[in-house]
Design a protein around this ligand. Sequence first.
Ligand code: BG6
Length: 472
Amino acid sequence: MIRRFPDGFLWGASCSAHQTEGAWDADGKGLSVQDTRPRDNHDICDFAVAVDHYHRYREDIALLAEMGAKVFRFSIAWTRILPEGTGAVNEAGLAHYDDVISACLEHGIEPMITLYHFDLPQALEDRGGWDSRETVEAFAEYARIVFERYGDRVSRWLTINEPNIMLLVDKKILGRAIPLERKYQQFHHLMIAEKLAIKACHELVPGGQIGPVPNISIVYPASAKPKDYRASLYFNAIRQWAYLDFSCKGVYNPLLLDYLAKKGVSIEVTDADRELMAAHFPDFIAMNYYTSVTVEYPEDASNMADGISDQQSEDIMDAGFYKGFTNPNLEKTQFAWTIDPDGMLTTLLAIEDRYRMPIVITENGLGAYDELTAEGTIEDDYRIDYYRKHLTMCARAIESGVQLVGYSPWSAIDLVSVHEGMRKRYGFIFVDRDEADEKQLARYPKKSFHWYQGVIADNAVDDASESKEGVA
Ligand code: BG6
């Protein structure tokens, strides 16, 4: 069965600056916390060269155009624009993204730009990072500079990539743990910074639209035990609704407040913050989804790792509230992430139920050990299978009334995974380099590239499910 997408559906592909660009100190760029990130594993590459997208963006964008992409989601490296995070503007950095935007537009691709994707300027980090109000002001200043420069050519913007995952999976993303007392003041600062960016976008970008970009994945209870269900309710609130409630409703989620009160954590919120929160709202929700989450109530706090055999659950534990639990009903990727297309449909329905706003999926994808054959092909049928199943769920969500307007999966091109280096590949385009050897960084479209090209051209996907009546 063929499932068609609405006319004008926004087909795209995504990436971030630090995972693709390399050129870590080119043309006046300052250091970011990703350049300086402490690392336990030195067998995986860092972001110094990445896939050299900084120098090869023309070739990469031409390939995305060949694939049929209508939109390219990428992030701007704040440290190229403001090397010290604030103060002196680096014209060479601004000019670089002028060129990237022009290359997109020449190919008929809409640039959709994330302001900030895990790469805070190190100079700001040295002065307190997201603990400090100064970073909030600096982010607002940076956002205004970028909107003023590119607002005539870029109308769709994304604020801060996955603030929820940055705070919950701090060790893997930033290389260091943030103590709980500071985490939620950082949450507040990140969310206020986002509000300032929303306000600035609406003031400075004619017809501008802007959305938050959390990672949203429905949280299941491990069983029908009452406490397991309650654990899932709290973790749903802490992991995701707290972020979307702040962005889209301008309020603090009540279960987050209860959690913080029980943990003895207080947050400094000013009257001006309260006003700002309730005055500026996004135009759409961008969300990243890889898999669902399952939690149980931790009866035995001495054995928090019990029942966990997937990579994503190992970071989820909080005695007295919840702990991760590997869902036995789901398959896993080669990197032990569970695969749950049904969970994507449920997540989309839950967002529609709570927020009733247009949604763009800005990340979804499969990290795998791809291989380049002697013939120069990459036979990634497993990725096609993953996408087909998830796109089927997107189509079903739209049929059920979810306002899903676009799908821009991860990733456009192979890039350096957040903590697994080059070996874990996500792209539609293979980049020939490995952890230690940069080789020629040659590009090869994968089998999934050609498959996705067909999906975009047909504006339809061949249904992967045995879909039944009702909710099945
Ligand atoms: C998302 C991030 O959380 O997950 C991306 O926004 C990241 O930056 C992606 O690459 C996949 O995670 P990982 O750890 O496999 O790179």
